[in-house]
Design a protein around this ligand. Sequence first.
Ligand code: GLU
Length: 455
Amino acid sequence: MSEAPVTVRFAPSPTGRIHIGNARTALINWLFARKTGGRFLLRFDDTDAERSREEYAEAITRDLAWLGIVPDLVERQSARAERHRAAADRLRASGRLYACYETPDELERRRKRQLARGLPPVYDRAGLGLGEEERRALEAEGRRPHWRFRLSNTAPDGGIGHRDVTWDDLVLGRRSIDLGSLSDPVLVREDGTYLYTLPSVVDDIELGITHVIRGDDHVANTAVQIDLFEALGGPVPVFGHHNRLTTASGEGLSKRLGSLSVGALCEAGYEPMAVASLAVLIGTSDAVEPAPDLDALAETFDLSHVSHSSARFDPDDIGLLNARLLHAMPYEAAAERLAGLGIGGGAEFWETVRANITRFAEAADWWRVVTGPIEPVVEADDRGFLETARELLPPEPWDAETWGAWTGAVKAATGRKGKALFLPLRHALTGRDDGPELKRLLPLIGYRNTTDRLS
Ligand code: GLU
């Protein structure tokens, strides 16, 4: 049998912006595809017509692109309704999809009775035993059917039996769930719309998904879905369930947490690779280091390193990682963006200031310090001292040695040393208390600006 090419999918519902936890799922799929030379599909699970919005689909596409993810293919479930209907018909024809008429109240009462008798609250397949006549009678009462998928755990006597569904999870290892512990899932609602399960499995089969990698909130769905894959005759994909991120206080992330949406992180000026590195590496056995690009992240990342419990996510870590990424960013990676911000000074400028910024746009603040105009900070007591310093300025050209030679001469002339010598100079030259090494800044500021600021 020839191996199908690896195909993964990220399947968000376009009912809001994606947050960093969704980005984790998308990135893990993307890195998996990168590592295996596979394809990445973006599938919008937009069968909920009321809540799905095209503008969210567009925003999600943009957010993914910002992270560096450009899908090989984009699909919308809403465009595949015909395929879902055909699959439901096939299941009906083979007796795997059956009509049920219980109201939610009736189901709840039944559940309570089962629990009271110490039985598992599993649906008793009452709908399966209904004859044509009974169905007609129920429909005459005004009831409309919802449709359940008959799981394959049929006992020899036709009743509810046991069947362990087992899979080798890429993250969690071998997992096994007894279908007998589950109710036959509803696939089609009374109004004829589908719950997530059927469209998802139909599309996974027809779009050739080989690996389903998603959050571990879906583990319980997997046994049902494997059974459905088999019922529909599709190959069963490999599954992997990664842990999910929680807030620092341990709550799950939700689309309502706007500040952690990928869009908000982008607007806040964070580097996509700071967000991506954190989203992927947190909650793994690998060190959370900022990777310079997704290829480098793909090299580090391994699904088997993902821990089995949830990972607490501290938003402050994005800032820290962002700063570390910038501090190590080579000039070649920054040059185009610097030019875009109207910043010159070449590699020398970037290498001088990068350790002093936490967001890229702050480079512009330092460029203003270099080129001016700035508000020099001059204490009245220091006027004479600065005047002397100005007179001792050596002529250009200046280099990294100039600062030492100049301040040596100022020290000898004024008797000042340490903070009393350096701080007034920093204040006058930059208007700030701290910043990059003056020995490197001075040649960038240049003779003319320096004399102006010392006067
Ligand atoms: N739309 C589903 C979700 O967002 C997809 C789950 C899956 O990957 O199967 O939860």
